[in-house]
Design a protein around this ligand. Sequence first.
Ligand code: F6R
Length: 603
Amino acid sequence: MCGIIGYIGKKVKIERLLVDSLKTLEYRGYDSAGIAFVTDKVNILKSSGKIINLEEKIDENVESNIGLAHTRWATHGKADDINAHPHKSGSVTIVHNGIIENYLELKEMLSKEGYTFKSETDTEIAAALLDYLKKKGIWSNLEVIKEFETYIKGSYALGIIFDDELDTLYATRKDSPLILGIGKEEYLIASDVSAIIGFTKKYILLDNEDIVKLTNDNYEIYNSNLQKLDRSIQEVNWDVEEAHKAGYPHFMLKEIMEEPKVLNDTIHEYVESVDSFMNKMPDFSKYKKIHIVACGSAMHAGLIGKYLIENYSDIEVNVEIASEYRYKKVFYDKETLLILISQSGETADTIASLRKAKADGIDTLGIVNVVGSTIARECDQVLYIRAGVEIAVATTKAYLLQVAMLMLINIKLMIEHNKITNEELSKLLDDLKNSPELIKNVIEKDELYKDIANSIYEDRDLFFIGRGIDYAISLEGSLKLKEISYLHSEAYQAGELKHGTISLVEDNTKIIAIMTDKDLALKTISNIKEVVARGAKVVLITKEELDSNYDFIFKKVVLPKANNYLMPLLTVIPLQLIAYHVADNRGLDIDKPRNLAKSVTVE
Ligand code: F6R
């Protein structure tokens, strides 16, 4: 949520450099964008809307080798030029990601000191606070930042330029992500590695309250007592090409097409053999209860985990939305494992839930994509999915791998609870290794998904229905469609429609029904007939074994024969592609849907 970049080094075409680097972070927010760069003074350029609007304003000839950039996901104040970052107050210019929670209190204090404010943002107040502390006159800029941190409640990743030290860039963070890129004769600060990969693969993960001081030829990192730190340098393990569309019209489509590969990578990392699987998976034997906490699609993946773990391992699982879990009364004990699922590893509510449980002494396990992210670092144990970089705001490949990881966790639980024989285990692991091939077969039917999308893209409302695990997948299908196509949809347990919602069904209402569970198929068919009788047109997603000559169906997707356990991996693919094609037909900005951001670092 909001992306920030800072650059200092040998390159001098600063406006182009900042704008191009900022584009790699645009998925974090795209309400407005801005840059600040140093000539004989600090210059600021900003624009509401996407980065392309800012790009139109840049002067390619200006030379400078120090600058900051920001792409905004609005929190305080509307998305206009005035609220866009950078913000300057007195002699201090900053870009900010996070939320200053006590900004009103600080605003009152600073107003009494004579400060006035142009924007509605909390960020301008942070800039004013830095300026105010500077004016006290007794501190170096490092000391000003140290003092600043004692005033702030909330989260921040900040890039800072002080007018009295124009050859130096400062940065600091607390509970919002920030990394330091270490290139040859150049340094960068950025919200994540995708912004630095075009310059260098080497980076340092900054910790809470670290303060960074960057000059042309040196970097220094301090803790909040201003003691110098020696932090280890890490290396990005993916290439710059991964951050490009590779010929696809959208990142989302590219990422769906990558699903067989990333699934294969993840499965092979954990399941070379039964022995390696046993070694790589944590020991869960002491846990009698599992809580899964996450947001959005990650929570939907958690629901799949719940169905699998409860059905196959006989262990009770509660799945909760992180923004609720963090504030509610939670019933857990030392025999409860809390699993946090997060692609980014930076989702504020998920982090808060993790910290709450840790403070209560509960064991935590993260299922995370971004290596070294806050959740990965703070969980007692972490299982990485290997999705690579996911740029489209709507998650596809990371969701798939979250589900796959929960399948692996459940297999380990089944072993620990004697719910699977050795024979069944090796067969299941073999089937899992085969699943990327099955996904390829499902993707190959893309013409069918386009045809379905053609028949629904002009509709206003849509329903998804399913029972059991198919209901959990329906939730994800509905979210995917809503978020990128703006077509309203609801996911319902197939048996629940008639308790109210069926009153919305009329002639030509489209319903996507998912039916992959043999034991529930007849029940789902009855529910389908109920809506067909009221004029609905039903798109059925089922599997070969359950397919029949259903003449009451409008359109049908038949998934290939597969181990029942693996069906969720296959079922979600048509839903992702249908959502994609609907949004494409509607001519929308698929990778950057309105109002959204990839990494939700505010609560
Ligand atoms: C939907 C989507 C979001 C995320 C959610 C959690 O397509 O991407 O619902 O799943 O914001 O994000 P992470 O997994 O980064 O914690």
